[in-house]
Design a protein around this ligand. Structure first.
Ligand code: HEM
Length: 397
């Protein structure tokens, strides 16, 4: 436990290297890193392997047939329907303009300390705009940030208190209060003047107001820090590999606005491989289960780490090297590449995330050359995988 707390990623990698693809880390907690077994666990989510935590890691049933799970799955389907190609295409222009404004601010500086924080603002406003169309949702993004910050100490804590004790913790109560404030704000925006956006599509799918608020809270949290982390890791990679950055900038110059050049797509895929922001996916075995020839005890906490998988799966040669061109011909097998997860609970927002990464990064790489001025040797893994102590140097092109 002590070693895990000192360097979580290093410890998980070393465990797999030392003990093989399925490792019992502590009594009842199993790290699964065999690609076929990972694929199997994630495909059997909601039946044999459950998502048993909500955003606060309160226990929930997660089993198909349970009303809360069914309501969540309905909300997921409606959200994914609302992220249709035309809706995303319409959002692209807003994102490009907003990123242009960020570039104008960055042009007056020679470095950016904590770029994640700046990109979080962009990502959160992008989500608010995508959801609420012409309504004024200006306060939703900061309220989401407040909730995320209130949740961080709960989610990152290695200690598991019984639910009755947890509910008494001041940090738990702070997170409940922050969630209430965000929900009130979302209801206010929903009832306010304006039209369009994802919420119109959720209403057309038959989702009621409260189910919509629940989807917006979860999606708002998921779209706040995680895409910003992904963008920042890609900028770090481009700063360290100036030849790839030049190739991306030249390619962006040559294509029209709505096309993502191959080299940029490969750069994004490669940086999500090396630094998947959601570095840990958790499931609970519902009863005794077998997967890929291993048997797991009832109630086992199953840990799947995209970070560990992406650095150990056979398909990735020289796995710790950043080599975007490998994606020109790479065909990962099932379970080998999973930055967005797999199966019935995989990322709801992938389509919006793909659009954001491609649009923001193509604008930034065309406007600046980046360098890494400062970065701590170990990333911050308390919740999302983040570069720690990062300052990026900037030079306008
Ligand atoms: C680069 C950006 C992103 C990455 C790498 C990412 C990755 C992931 C991963 C790995 C999961 C867990 C999947 C699982 O448990 O099987 C997840 C879940 C989720 N993501 Fe994303 N995500 C990103 C952006 C977004 C955005 C922009 C949204 C919303 C607009 C979003 C909404 C969600 C939601 C709601 C879940 C929970 C799904 C469920 O439990 O049913 N994500 N994401």
């Amino acid at each position: 436990m002590e070693q895990y707390e000192k360097d979580r990623l290093g410890h998980l990698l070393a465990s797999v290297e030392r003990h093989g693809p399925v490792v019992e880390l502590t009594g009842g907690t199993v790290l699964v890193n065999d690609p076929a077994a990972v694929h199997d666990v994630l495909r059997r989510t909601n039946t044999d392997f459950l998502v048993t935590g909500n955003i606060r890691r309160d226990e929930v049933s997660g089993v198909r047939g349970d009303p809360a799970t069914e309501a969540w799955m309905r909300g997921r389907r409606a959200t994914q329907k609302g992220m249709s190609p035309p809706a995303l295409e319409a959002h692209r222009a807003w994102l490009a303009e907003e990123t242009g404004r960020l570039c104008d601010r960055w042009r007056t500086r020679s470095s950016v300390t904590d770029p994640v924080a700046e990109l979080e603002q962009l990502s959160a406003r992008s989500f608010a705009r995508f959801c609420f169309g012409t309504r004024d949702a200006g306060a939703a993004a900061p309220r989401t940030g407040d909730l995320l910050n209130a949740l961080t100490p709960l989610i990152s804590s290695p200690f598991h208190f019984p639910p009755a004790v947890r509910r008494l913790l001041p940090r738990y109560r702070r997170s409940v209060s922050a969630q209430k404030k965000l929900e009130e704000e979302l209801r206010r925006v929903l009832d306010g003047p304006g039209e369009g956006g994802l919420v119109a599509s959720l209403a057309a799918s038959g989702l009621d107001g409260e189910a919509t608020v629940r989807m917006l809270v979860s999606n708002g949290l998921a779209s706040y820090r995680v895409p910003a982390a992904a963008m920042t890791w890609a900028l770090v990679a481009l700063a360290r590999e100036p030849d790839v950055a030049e190739e991306c900038a030249a390619a962006v110059d040559q294509v029209s606005g709505d096309t993502t050049p191959d080299i940029l797509r490969w750069t994004i895929a490669e940086s999500l491989r090396l630094w998947p922001p959601n570095w840990l996916i958790l499931r609970t075995a519902d009863g005794e289960q077998t997967c890929g020839g291993w048997s797991l005890p009832a109630g086992a906490a199953v840990m799947i780490s995209p970070y560990v998988m992406h650095r150990t799966a056979p398909v990735f040669s020289d796995p710790s090297a950043f080599r975007p061109h490998r994606w020109a011909s790479l065909q990962p097998a099932a379970g080998e590449y999973l930055p967005y997860g797999i199966g019935s609970r995989w990322c709801v927002g992938k389509a919006l995330a793909d659009l954001e990464l491609a649009t923001v990064l193509s604008t930034l790489v065309a406007r600046f050359r980046f360098t890494v001025e400062r970065m701590a040797p170990l990333p911050d893994v308390r919740t999302t995988l983040l570069p720690a102590g990062l300052t990026l140097g900037l030079r306008p092109r």
